[in-house]
Design a protein around this ligand. Structure first.
Ligand code: 5GP
Length: 202
């Protein structure tokens, strides 16, 4: 599976609590040539999260320095914190023929999509392998149940995430593909099928 596949540049977006992290962990186990883009954020680590593994946890000052240095492929303010994807690691991974997976919000995804489609030539690896997917929760009620069950966020944070979810779901139509995570196994297989077709593994 390692060779002769087209490297893909995969963006996954979903409201928090949709199972996106679980799906990404499963994909990373399945595809040895897939790498996860570690985002920068100014939010505090949650639960067992580790710096440099789940996120690069930065101060607002450091994040703003990186904005000034034009180091980000995209960045956005989500739930009151900055989140951003550094350019260099993404380009480096695609250059060696590996697949890059980005977990970013709808605002960041729109910026990357615009950049890829309007500023890159068709043969550029970032454009040739570009795929974006929005993962929908089965319903907002189910999403609330999952966020509360996770037990990692304060009630006001959960309310903010749910309010955000509605806004994000309203923009799901901007993505090439939408998948609903009402059954983890089915949702996962659908993502694998998309990846296999796009990267010509079949
Ligand atoms: P969380 O705080 O739950 O880890 O992430 C909150 C939101 O930020 C999620 O929707 C996630 O996709 C988004 N996010 C994570 N990293 C990035 C990034 O680098 N850029 C953008 N635009 N959004 C991100």
């Amino acid at each position: 599976m390692e060779n002769k596949v087209r490297p893909i540049f995969l963006i996954l977006s979903a409201p928090s609590g949709c199972g996106k992290s679980t799906l990404i962990d499963m994909l990373l186990q399945e595809y040895p040539d897939m790498e996860y883009s570690i985002s920068c954020t100014t939010r505090a680590p949650r639960g067992e999260e580790e710096d440099g593994l789940d996120y690069h946890f930065l101060t607002v000052e450091r994040f703003r320095e990186l904005i000034a240095e034009d180091a980000f492929l995209e960045y956005a303010e989500v739930h009151g914190n900055y989140y951003g994807t550094l350019k260099e690691p993404v380009v480096d991974v695609l250059k060696v023929g590996h697949t890059m997976i980005l977990d970013i919000d709808v605002v960041g995804a729109a910026k990357v999509r615009h950049y890829v489609m309007h500023h890159l030539p068709p043969e550029d690896p970032l454009r040739a392998g570009f795929v974006d997917v929005f993962i929908n929760p089965p319903s907002l009620e189910e999403l609330r149940r999952r966020l509360e069950g996770r037990g990692t966020d304060a009630p006001e944070v959960i309310e903010r995430r749910l309010a955000n979810a509605e806004g994000e779901m309203a923009r799901a139509g901007e993505y090439m593909y939408q998948v609903t995570n009402d059954d983890l196994g089915i949702c996962y297989r659908t993502l694998c099928d998309l990846i296999d077709v796009k990267s010509e593994r079949m």
